[in-house]
Each structure stands twice: as C-alpha cells, then as structure tokens.
Write a protein that binds this ligand. Structure first.
Ligand SMILES: Cc1ncc(COP(=O)(O)O)c(C=O)c1O
Length: 357
C-alpha cells in the first residue's frame, strides 16, 4: 500500500484542515513540510513548452509549490475557490477593494473599520474615482437601504469593529446588500475561519490579516483575500496584473503557524475571556469591550453568528483616573509588552487611537 496524502473535503473540520491542508509528502520526496522554493526563474525543458506555456508553474511571482500550498490551505479552510496571499493584512484590504471596483463606483464601509484601511478608502479611493460612504456599524438593514446608490458595488463589513468591538447584524445587512446587487466583503481577522463561517454567512470576499492568528508568532507580515467564482477570477487577475506576491519564507512561516492555529486560538480565547471577566470587576474599568461577554451590547449577534472568540478585546478606563496612574499600570505589567498587533505568542497592551466620522 502507498501512503497518499489525506483527502480534505469541504466538510472536514477546521481543526483537522489546519493540520492536514496542503500536506503532500509524496509530491515532495517524502518531506513532511512544503519545501521553500526560492525562485524567480522557472525553466522549461524546451522552447515549445515555453512558447505554449506548458507546465504548472512559469514564473516565481505568479506562483510556486510553496505559495500554492499556503493559498490552497487557506482557501480550503474557508471552503472557497481561491485565496490570494499578499504582503500584509492592509494590502489584502486594498487588493480586495480595488480589484472589484472601478472609476465611477461607490462603496460602503463601517465607521469602525481598521484604521489603516480607513486611510486607504479616505485617501486613495477618491483618487481612483471611487466614492465612499461610511455607515454606523450598528445600523439596521432598514436604515442601511437609504445608503445605497445606483452605483454602489461593494458593501464592507468588519465585525467586531476595530478598537470599539461593535458587532454588526451580518445576516440582515448582507441580505440587504445583495438585494442591492452589491458584493459583500468582510475583514475576518478577529474571528478567523475557525470562528466565523463565511460561506454559511453568504460572504463574497473574505479578508484576513495572516500577520495575526494564521502565522501566530509575531514574525510574519501577510494578508489573504479569499473568494469564489467570478469574483475569485477578478481578484486573481488583478493580483497578476499588479505583481502582488509574497516571499517564499513568509509562506513557509505562515503554513507552519497555521498547523497550531486551532490550539493557539482556543487558548487565546480562554485567556482573553478570563482577563476580560476579571477586568469587568475592577472599579477603575467602566466598560469591557469583548463580544463574548453577556454585558457587551452586541453579544446576541456574536452568539448567533460566531462559534468562538479570539484573544483581542478592549476596555475603557474611568476618565477620572489620572493618565500617570494608567501609564504606571501598563509600564509595570510583568508579562505584557506595549505595542501594536495581536495574534502572536506574546501578550500586548496598547492604547486605542481612533477616528470616527
Ligand atoms: C482587523 C485588522 N485588519 C487588518 C489589519 C492589517 O494587518 P497588517 O498589520 O498585516 O497590515 C489589522 C492590523 O492590526 C487588523 O487589526
């Protein structure tokens, strides 16, 4: 008997997929992990094969066994047709938005969108002739209807929203956007494919910053754009036309991180919830922004649409507490670093800086 690679199907559980997706040792001389192909040039056996474009790969930027393994694994995790890897989460946001919109279009974004993505839509989309509408994340589908224009082509979600952790009514807003012939995209970095089923929730495009939970060790910058059908073709073509690609070592690290993602995420969830529950009891804290806490205003949406929570949350300190006391608390934490990002092995604390319309 020959030991072939495991068969992953759409119904394979996410915990199993993160471990087994893209594991094909017999295609790589028995190597347990995907080899790292450092290449720009890919050679053909003869000129006719080159001319006719025969063979699976033809140029490093367009794909190698290393990049293909990561992209296929993430696509299979989301049960979608294709995944494009990008050099950061922000570039995944920019790619997803720019590839499906053109000059003259209009798109809608929540006011709680990730800050750097917000700068892109505020500053770059208008230069491309694309107009932008901002909506309150807590909007109802009835209220949302008034925001659509004849040229609205994209409706964008991020739930929970960055920094404020506001939850959105994903099913109602998505149905409303589809009724208005819009594509629906979500930044799913917080929940990942482990805790939010994008296909069940009718998403057309998923964006995930692989920098966070997929790579998981604070040593990789990467993003993913996942989609199906015609939308996937459009995004793939745009990626090829603009030369977006990621170095092979980053792909390797992302895949290595992904193998332990289910375990890490569950531990982050437990630690985050324990800490959030403790913070709720502290007199200096006036609000804990964690959707899995029953006290969170969007808890019912989280409970209905998500199967778990990750380790990122916020809390609001009583404004009467002097800033020096807050600084002293943060500076004297033994096991928390001070810095941006999340999803890595270390615990971090930082102060939110956000802009609302
Ligand atoms: C929700 C969300 N989306 C996207 C990103 C962007 O990821 P990256 O830092 O890899 O560009 C971040 C980064 O913090 C984020 O929090």
């Amino acid at each position: 008997m020959t030991k072939t690679s495991k068969k992953i199907s759409p119904s394979t559980k996410p915990d199993t997929k993160v471990v087994h997706a893209s594991v094909n040792p017999l295609e790589h001389e028995g190597m347990a992990n995907i080899p790292v192909y450092h290449t720009s040039t890919i050679m053909k056996p003869n000129l006719d094969d080159y001319r006719q474009g025969r063979g699976k790969y033809d140029y490093g930027r367009k794909g190698t066994p290393t990049s293909q393994a990561t992209e296929e694994a993430v696509a299979s995790l989301y049960k979608m047709d294709d995944c494009v890897a990008t050099p950061s989460g922000l570039s995944a946001i920019c790619l997803a938005i720019s590839s499906v919109l053109k000059s003259g279009d209009h798109a809608l974004f929540p006011d709680s969108m990730y800050g750097s993505g917000r700068r892109f839509i505020d500053n770059v989309l208008p230069q491309m002739g694309i107009s932008v509408g901002i909506y309150e994340p807590s909007i109802t589908a009835d209220e949302l209807t008034a925001h659509f224009q004849d040229n609205t082509r994209l409706f964008y979600l991020e739930s929970p929203g960055s920094l404020t952790f506001e939850m959105q009514d994903i099913p109602a807003l998505t149905t409303c956007a589809h009724d208005h012939d819009c594509l629906v995209a979500i930044d799913n970095t917080w929940a990942t494919a482990m805790y939010f089923d994008a296909v069940k929730n009718d998403m057309d495009i998923v964006i995930e910053a692989g920098t966070k939970y997929i790579s998981g060790h604070s040593d990789v910058s990467m993003g993913f754009v996942i989609s199906s059908g015609d939308t996937a073709h459009t995004i793939r073509r745009y990626t090829q036309n603009t030369g977006i690609c990621v170095a092979p070592d980053e792909h390797y690290l992302a895949m290595r991180g992904m193998r332990t993602m289910a375990l890490r995420l569950r531990q982050s969830e437990a630690n985050g919830l324990a800490l959030a529950t403790w913070l709720e009891q502290q007199p200096e804290v006036i609000q804990v922004l964690h959707p899995a806490l029953p006290s969170h205003p969007g808890h019912h949406h989280w409970q209905r649409d998500f199967s778990g929570s990750s380790g990122l949350f916020g809390f609001v300190i009583d404004p009467n507490i002097p800033i020096m006391a807050i600084d002293s608390m943060a500076d004297n934490l033994d096991w928390f670093g001070i810095g941006a990002s999340w999803g890595g092995h270390e615990s971090l604390i930082s102060q939110g800086r956000f802009k609302r319309t």
